[in-house]
Design a protein around this ligand. Structure first.
Ligand code: ATP
Ligand code: MG
Length: 252
């Protein structure tokens, strides 16, 4: 079953002309993009800066409605729920950790006490009543992961969720997120610049570059989504990709 279907997606922005400030130029970011993502599949997008990866996630999340083409997200069937983890934690500073999570919790989650359970699961049991300003960067990231999973989502969009974290912490949160993805049978898209991270999360990695976005390689990854960042299994796939597709990595 297809969970996310993208048909003939086109997206442009108007950008001010560098020489004439009264003139705007059309900048096409995505051109005739077609893609299907199956149920429970985790697909990573890897590619250079500025080619429209975040733009694509904004469209899929429903935040950006200014596009041409058909996006269909299988949200209705089985009461599917969509959630996000973005690079910025986007926590409201005047609410505590638990209030930030409760804010987006649905009735069922609140009834089951899911906000405190998921915060506990992410190691924040002692910080339920702390405000974001009193939490470290890593703790804020934990709250944003808790928020993404509190309603047991079916579909998850992640935009560079582990950047600018120290490696041990990034690895711990990567592993925890994969555990939650597996537990919830989530269909997910991950945008990342980190090939090892893409390998550990994904069933498929889509390498893309250029403007408008062009898919260079759509590669299946056949290892279980349970190996750690530095594991031999991830290493082997990493070596295989870097050896077999050097031109693609050069284009990154
Ligand atoms: N609101 C906007 N108005 C005009 N141009 C925009 C807007 N948002 C993004 N762009 C342009 O669209 C292009 C793609 O941006 P996007 O943020 O999707 O790239 P990205 O692939 O996510 O890059 P990165 O890896 O650096 O996060 C960039 O050239 C950017 O300048
Ligand atoms: Mg981006």
């Amino acid at each position: 079953m297809i969970d996310i279907s993208i048909k003939n997606l086109n997206k442009s922005f108007l950008q001010p002309d560098s020489e004439n400030k009264h003139k705007y130029n059309i900048l096409q970011i995505i051109k005739d993009l077609n893609l299907n993502i199956k149920q429970n599949e985790v697909v990573s997008f890897v590619g250079p800066s500025g080619i429209g990866k975040s733009t694509l996630l904004n469209i899929l999340s429903g935040y950006d409605k200014q596009y041409k083409g058909d996006i269909s997200i299988n949200r209705e069937i089985n009461n599917k729920k969509l959630s996000f983890i973005f690079q910025a934690h986007n926590l409201l500073p005047w609410l505590t950790s638990i209030e930030n999570v409760k804010l987006i919790s649905n009735e069922e989650s609140l009834k089951n006490d899911s906000p405190s359970k998921i915060l506990n699961e992410l190691g924040l049991g002692d910080f339920l009543n702390s405000y974001p300003n009193n939490l470290s960067g890593g703790m804020k990231r934990r709250v944003s992961i808790a928020r993404a999973f509190v309603n047991e989502p079916n579909i998850l969009l992640m935009d560079e969720p582990f950047v600018s974290l120290e490696k041990p912490l990034a690895n711990e949160l990567r592993e925890k997120t994969i555990e939650l993805i597996n537990k919830n049978n989530v269909t997910a898209i991950l945008v990342t610049h980190d090939l090892r991270e893409a390998i550990m999360f994904s069933d498929r990695i889509i390498f893309c570059n250029e403007k408008p976005m062009k898919i260079l390689l759509d590669k299946e990854i056949n290892i279980k989504k349970s190996f750690s960042y530095d594991s031999d299994e991830v290493d082997e796939v990493y070596k295989n990709i870097t050896m077999n597709y050097p031109n693609i990595l050069k284009a990154m």
